[in-house]
Design a protein around this ligand. Structure first.
Ligand code: AMP
Ligand code: MG
Length: 344
């Protein structure tokens, strides 16, 4: 398949690109578009066939459901059973990086929800995403635009790496502002369960809802035979192809260990800006200042892809502290490392 690649630099003037993209979506094709979290691989959320194409383009198991993207928070009414809690979340965080799981309505095909009777709904704030969904007039089902299992793409360069030839169009809107996928919560009556941490933090959710639980699989490996609350929890994700190992211990000890492994075993490291000079530059990728979690979130997936290209035997990184935005970093990193944590 020929993939049309279009760059949009001015979000006040889309020209013909968005009309063409909307025509593709409405006729059942696939368009990759930027959002504030990561790039999404979009198809018409009301068409079974579009969902099948998405699973096939990503190589994603079809029991791992898709998030539907809407233009306005109230559009959720058409596709899900909304409640007072939904509107509290919507007032606080939408449009933005929050996905809410609710009972689905019949118009959403089972192929979109991986056979579940619930649907995940998000209202993105990125102007290109918003304009595209509005123009289509249908919800856009969109997982992250990576080959299944690889790090999610945060710039068009990595979308092209994974998706060129597999989709009808790629819209290049520059770098994604947040760089990690949306926070996912499931509504159960008056309580919420956090299924995937993201830029909307646990503490922020607690300000809006009294009872917020964190699903155990956010922090720990699923037990053998445990049924995941979200199908995606059972798959390895975000992973570079080299072995990725997280170091747990005093920062100084971890740094010493990293340096030694670079010299003796040709290993690569993800480090903080402050550490870069001390380490071997050709085997080190900095993800930002130690206390700047937003920059770390923004750079993490790119750093994992770049570390892979260094041809190292292994990749090491510090184990983040799982508080605030650090919970999202922790969650992505333990999954990228397939829960391989080493004490130093
Ligand atoms: P991605 O599409 O790559 O952003 O991943 C979406 C995540 O949302 C996956 O981990 C899915 O398993 C999860 N998800 C989507 N819909 C549902 C749902 N109805 N119930 C539980 N998890 C869901
Ligand atoms: Mg994904």
């Amino acid at each position: 398949m020929d993939t049309r690649i279009e760059r949009i630099t001015d979000t006040t003037e889309y020209g013909e690109t968005l009309d063409a993209a909307a025509r593709i979506i409405l006729s059942g094709g696939l368009v990759v578009f930027p959002t504030e979290t990561v790039y999404g691989l979009g198809g018409n959320g009301l068409l079974s066939d579009a969902a099948r194409k998405i699973y096939s383009a990503k190589g994603r198991p079809s029991d791992n459901p898709l998030i539907i993207h809407i233009a306005e928070p109230r559009d959720a009414e058409n596709y899900a059973s909304t409640s007072e809690v939904y509107y509290r979340l919507a007032d606080a965080f939408m449009p933005g990086p929050l996905t809410v799981i609710m009972k689905k309505r019949d118009c959403i095909p089972m192929s979109v929800t991986g056979g579940l009777d619930t649907v995940a709904v998000r209202c993105p704030s990125h102007p290109i995403a918003h304009a595209l969904i509005e123009k289509c007039g249908v919800p856009i089902a969109a997982p992250s635009a990576n080959i299944s299992g690889r790090p999610s793409p945060t710039s068009a360069e990595y979308v092209v790496e994974d998706m060129n030839g597999r989709v009808d169009m790629i819209i290049d809107g520059g770098e994604c502002e947040i760089g990690l996928e949306s926070t996912i919560v499931k509504i159960d009556g008056n309580s919420l369960t956090l299924l995937r941490p993201g830029a909307i933090t646990y503490d922020a959710l607690c300000c809006v809802c009294e009872n917020v639980k964190i699903a155990p699989a956010v922090l720990n490996k699923l037990a053998e035979n445990e049924k995941p609350l979200s199908p995606g929890m059972k798959y390895r994700h975000y992973a570079p192809s080299s072995d990725f190992v997280l170091l747990d211990g005093e920062k100084r000890d971890a740094l010493e260990f990293m340096k030694k492994e670079q010299i003796e075993n040709n290993c690569a490291v993800l480090c903080y800006d402050e550490e870069f000079e001390y380490l071997n530059a050709s085997l080190s990728i900095s993800i930002g200042k130690e206390n700047d979690l937003s920059t770390q979130a923004k750079r993490l997936f790119t750093a994992l892809r770049e570390a892979d290209k260094l041809g190292a035997n292994k990749i090491y990184a510090h184990l983040p502290t799982p508080t605030g935005l650090g919970l999202a970093l922790y969650n992505r990193m333990i999954r990228a490392a397939a829960h391989t944590i080493m004490k130093v």
